[in-house]
Design a protein around this ligand. Structure first.
Ligand code: KG4
Ligand code: ZN
Length: 354
């Protein structure tokens, strides 16, 4: 007797799990773009004393929180696990201990429930999340992904079709904000604190470099900018608010220059989308809006809750992949590094993330 082909529901309900950094998150998302329920727990308080995310602390916190959070999400949705069509979890890139907590839990659920597992690349979650918020956002679009762990320009051409146009050769942009905040003694996470302090500063007061501006290479670099911030601070010649404002302006100048570089290789200009924690920065957003206007691109930024790490974006990426009939084997390996574009050139630099 031949096996019946699996029936793929029109509007699948996907459970998403995110645990690749310092947010433990679970969400239930339906194929019609409804976020049925979601919960998220930040570990900010645990990591704050160390000025950054400590991998071991993160993995333990994910392990403690995930199961009760899953229970809570199912209760919020008033659904049973058996009502779910597939289980999606971040399988990398990220801090490997945390990724394994989420992925192994998803495998156990998939096995026990007899449902497909979808191992999601965290970057794919970010890349597709704008389509969860905006049903009219069609492929292709240019995504500026700027978070604590990533700084990339991606051309999103379709589900599974990502062209990496640029990445950082050292620090991510959010990391540069966090390090600047640390130098200025503002605490962690530093991005919002630097932005706030910059409001009262003079962005032209402190001469700071714009690393790789005008370079023939497409990539970003922020390590030199951070070192220059440290020197400016240690010189004792500048007000903290001027350092914050000058840093933020230098970072924005770099972003716009690098976007301009990437845009030269894409015809016609697609929509511009920003995602990642730094998308919360109002000065960055308004600079991107201006850039998009100048280049006749439409500009969208998903709501903040979808820009920063969350599980709805993982469930949604699962939805998009489930829709195209994809799932993954139960022995899928967690990957600390996992470039979204396998054909992307290797870039030089010590701290290249993906
Ligand atoms: O996407 P996200 O929540 O987590 C990942 O890193 O994946 O991003 C967090 C990063 C942190 O580096 C934080 O300092 C930065 O985003 N960030 C900001 C702002 N809000 C968050 N950076 C600049 N300005 C902000 N308002
Ligand atoms: Zn992220």
């Amino acid at each position: 007797m031949s096996e019946m082909p699996p029936i793929i529901p029109e509007t699948p309900t996907i459970l998403g799990i995110e645990s690749s950094c310092d947010e433990t998150a679970v969400a239930l998302v339906r194929g019609d773009r409804t976020i049925i329920a979601e919960r998220i727990a930040s570990q900010e308080a645990e990591h704050a004393p160390y000025g950054g995310v400590v991998p071991e602390i993160a993995a333990r916190a994910h392990a403690e929180r995930l199961a009760p959070m899953l229970e809570a999400v199912m209760a919020d949705a008033d659904m049973a696990l058996d009502d779910v069509d597939a289980i999606a979890a971040t399988a990398g890139p990220g801090l490997i201990g945390g990724v394994m907590v989420g992925l192994v839990s998803a495998k156990a659920l998939a096995m026990a429930l007899g449902k497909p597992l979808i191992a999601v690349n965290h970057l794919e979650g970010h890349a597709l999340s704008p389509r969860l918020a905006d049903p009219d956002l069609a492929f292709p679009y240019m995504l500026l992904l700027v978070s604590g762990g990533h700084c990339q320009i991606l051309l999103v051409e379709g589900v599974g079709k990502y062209r990496r146009l640029a990445t950082t050769i050292d620090d991510a942009l959010g990391e540069a904000f966090d390090k600047t905040a640390k130098i200025l003694g503002l605490g962690y996470p530093g991005g919002p604190k630097v932005e706030n302090l910059a409001l009262t500063g003079d962005a032209s007061a402190v001469p700071l470099p714009r690393p790789l501006k005008g370079s023939k290479e497409p990539h970003f670099s922020f390590a030199g900018l951070k070192s220059a911030v440290l020197r400016a601070y240690e010189s004792g010649e500048h007000r903290d608010e001027d350092i914050a404002a000058s840093f933020q302006q230098a970072a924005i100048d770099c972003i716009l220059d690098r976007l301009g570089h990437s845009l030269r290789h894409v015809e016609p200009p697609p929509a511009l989308v920003v995602a990642g924690g730094v998308a919360a920065n109002k000065a960055v957003r308004s600079a991107l809006e201006g850039f998009a206007r100048t280049h006749q691109m439409t500009f969208t930024a998903p709501p903040m809750a979808l820009c920063t790490d969350n599980a709805a974006m993982i469930a949604w990426a699962g939805c998009e992949r489930f829709h195209s009939g994809q799932s993954d084997p139960l022995d899928f390996k967690a990957r600390p590094r996992w470039p979204l574009d396998p054909n992307a050139d290797k870039v030089r630099g010590a701290g290249v993330k993906a």
